[in-house]
Design a protein around this ligand. Structure first.
Ligand code: SD4
Length: 309
């Protein structure tokens, strides 16, 4: 069957990531290769402080990365709290393809990555280190919800100094010319998180879910709220029940808002979904979430998501 190939991803940095994915999709390549290649772009981007290299560290100064990847047949792999590896998404794919497991964490994930030939690197850049030192001046070393309340007016939710960063996790979903779906999600998590904290991004069903019969979903924002609601799985299940991607994302967002009415006023969660027919939808709690769509007709479309607030 010939389908319209399409790739979608979260936030404005999704444009460049989609274009990379398109170099594979546009040639009739596999959706799985496209999403892995696509999200490597923000993983490498030194200006991006919420994904991969140059990501903001945890409270103790460690850059610790979460990533997951999934295909249409239920194959999936993920890494959490992985340090020193520039492309966690590629380690996640190796977990999927070369181990009997789905998720490797921390030291074990690093050991596996090194065994697979990935290079051990320092991912904390001088700029991120400076931002961390700046944060340390006022930070109390204890989990505080306010350290993760962000300046949505500037479009981001990563808790960076001065609200200057308007980028978050990248979640990417693709359908290729043969109708195969795949998704990838990669992040350095919430800036200044507790050491060992894992968000939604590497949790299959939370930050990412793909079902070849239905479609895929991915999320960005405060991962705890997404995990609590098995967010991406919920979006896909709602599409299974007949919702459009937009309706499914909206209903999943409303589920969070309903359960967490007070907290949801100050936190961001955004969902992005792509169904088997190539239809795209998104919804967020806070204003400012956007997503990028790329196909044969449009290479750089950035679309603002609707939101509750
Ligand atoms: C997390 N959802 O670790 C990710 C990161 C993110 O705003 O999107 N931050 O919770």
């Amino acid at each position: 069957p010939t389908t319209v190939a399409r790739v979608v991803s979260t936030w404005d940095f999704g444009i460049a990531a989609n274009q990379a994915a398109w170099t594979i999709l546009g040639k009739g390549g596999h959706a799985l290769d496209a999403v892995e290649f696509g999200v490597q772009v923000p993983e490498s981007d030194l200006k991006n402080h919420s994904v991969g290299r140059a990501g903001y560290p945890d409270r103790d100064g460690h850059v610790s990365l979460d990533a997951s990847i999934m295909d249409a047949d239920g194959n999936c792999g993920a890494v959490a709290a992985l340090e020193h590896i520039a492309h966690p998404i590629s380690v996640a794919r190796r977990v999927m393809e070369r181990t009997p497991h789905v998720l490797l964490v921390g030291e074990g994930a690093l050991q596996f990555a090194l065994e697979q030939g990935f290079k051990k690197e320092e991912l904390l850049t001088p700029e991120s280190e400076m931002a961390w030192h700046e944060w340390l001046k006022t930070a109390k070393y204890q989990p505080s919800i306010n350290s993760e309340v962000h300046d949505y007016g500037k479009g981001g939710s990563t808790g960076m100094p001065g609200g200057a960063n308007n980028h978050d996790t990248i979640g990417m979903l693709a359908i290729d010319a043969q109708g195969r779906l795949a998704g990838a999600c990669t992040t350095s998590g919430m800036a200044w998180k507790m050491r060992g904290r894992v968000g939604d991004s590497p949790i299959i069903g939370a930050g990412l879910y793909v079902d070849g019969e239905i479609g895929g979903a991915t999320s960005t924002g405060v991962g705890e709220e997404v995990i609590r609601n098995a967010g991406s799985f919920l979006v896909v299940e709602l599409m299974r029940q007949g919702r459009t991607p937009h309706e499914a994302c909206k209903e999943a967002v409303m589920r969070i808002v309903k359960k967490r009415r007070e907290a949801s006023k100050t936190l961001q969660v955004g969902f992005l979904a792509l169904n088997r027919a190539g239809e795209v939808g998104a919804y967020a709690i806070q204003h400012g979430f956007s997503y990028a769509v790329c196909d044969a007709k449009k290479q750089d479309g950035l679309i603002p998501s609707q939101s509750v607030y």
